[in-house]
Design a protein around this ligand. Sequence first.
Ligand code: ADP
Ligand code: MG
Length: 475
Amino acid sequence: MKKQIAVIGLEMHCELKSNSKVFSSAKNAYSEIPNSNIAPLDMAFPGTLPVVNKKCVLNALKVSLSLNCSQPDYLMFDRKNYYYPDLPKGYQITQMTKPIGINGCIEIEVNDKLIPVYIHDVHLEEDSASLDHFFDTTNIDYNRSGVPLLELVTEPCLHSKEEAQAFLEHIIRIYRYLDVSDADTKKGQIRCDVNVSIMDEDSRELGTKVEVKNVNSLSGVAKTIDYEIRRQTTLKEEGRYDEIKQETRRWDEESETTIHMRNKVDEVDYKYFIEPNIPRYPLKEEWIEEIKKSIPRLHLERKKDYIKNIGLSNYDAEILVKDKSVSDYFEECLKLDIDAKTSANWIITQILGYLNKYNLSITDFYFTPKRLKDLISELEKNTISSKQAKEIFKEVIEQEKEVKDFIKKNTQLSNEDELNNIIEEILANNVEQIEEYKKGRTNLFDYFVGQVMKNTKGKANPVLTKKILNEKLKG
Ligand code: ADP
Ligand code: MG
């Protein structure tokens, strides 16, 4: 058998952030209490009409623009008709004719290489209610009914689980940078349909695809792809390629396999038609331009900038752009003219270390970039040692004070005469050690430095201390 290539296309659904739902005034928020965030429309009461939430359109447009999609001239919706108990209206309002974005393309990073990913479309729709199954009953919870969903459909252009996973992580980060969603898989905010096929290496035609529905974790997506590639390759190897049918399967977490749900021919015809209760709404160029301007620089652009123009390592740049608020903090430091590498080091080691330890967020962190600047300039002036700087950093936060409040007390001992006296006294008390040192035990040098530090409670300027010690021990 010829070498096989896997082809993967993803359909990624993500719940968007907003105050109210996409077509009703009910709160868009998760709640443990079933049916607590609902409006009559979410339960399809007769006479209720949808009203489009502008914030949801705005968020969807932000994504559309960030994925370099084209936007339609006007906003419109379609009805996708099917019956299921979690869909009381008997149809889902979605976008088929005029998605909010089409023909996009982005660059993603996979194992330190950049690859393009083509976006077929992104469209705005509503989520369904959810069903809670118990032993002999099923309850319907309408809290999720009408929650804004953004569906992103890629072209079949991914070729491995690594690429698929990197793509999803990239998109999740974009959504967080844009602040359109928390994109939290743990909260069930992301669900993916994973389409997989295989083909001969030199084939020009795509193979028959299998769709695996509703995979809700990144590891689930990776395992699904792995499993499907193996299953399909084995069938092909055994000469049973015709058994790979266009079908819908589901990922079974327990057995770690995909299970047949239905064949393509059994699929319902959704009888799409234009949603008549929502008038078309023009998407004016001025509004689109305004939104474009509000989009922050995204993580990959920032990362490239940090590496190329600032000289950070790939590793450090990656840590800084992981979270937009950390990257914003770093950029604030640059604006304050703090040396880029020094601020990167401080953020990565001290600041993130401290925030992680106490489970704090950098957004409202007491130790602002301005305070970091104060601290670093004291370090540069040599008034404090780096050990002292780390201590002052903690004191400032814990006592909610300013860096300068600790400088007087901590000022480094850099007066040469004063240091000279202290060192002479120490050497006078360590005659034996000096002899040993002169006989060749040169590592005793650190012992002398240690004695000076002990005597001065760590305040002695280390450079000066070493210089004086060197001179005295030479003679
Ligand atoms: P359908 O009509 O079954 O919904 P679409 O052409 O709309 O199929 O594609 C749905 C998803 O399946 C898209 O993400 C697309 O990239 C992916 N896809 C299409 N053909 C293939 C294929 N041969 N192999 C893998 N994925 C595919
Ligand atoms: Mg489809």
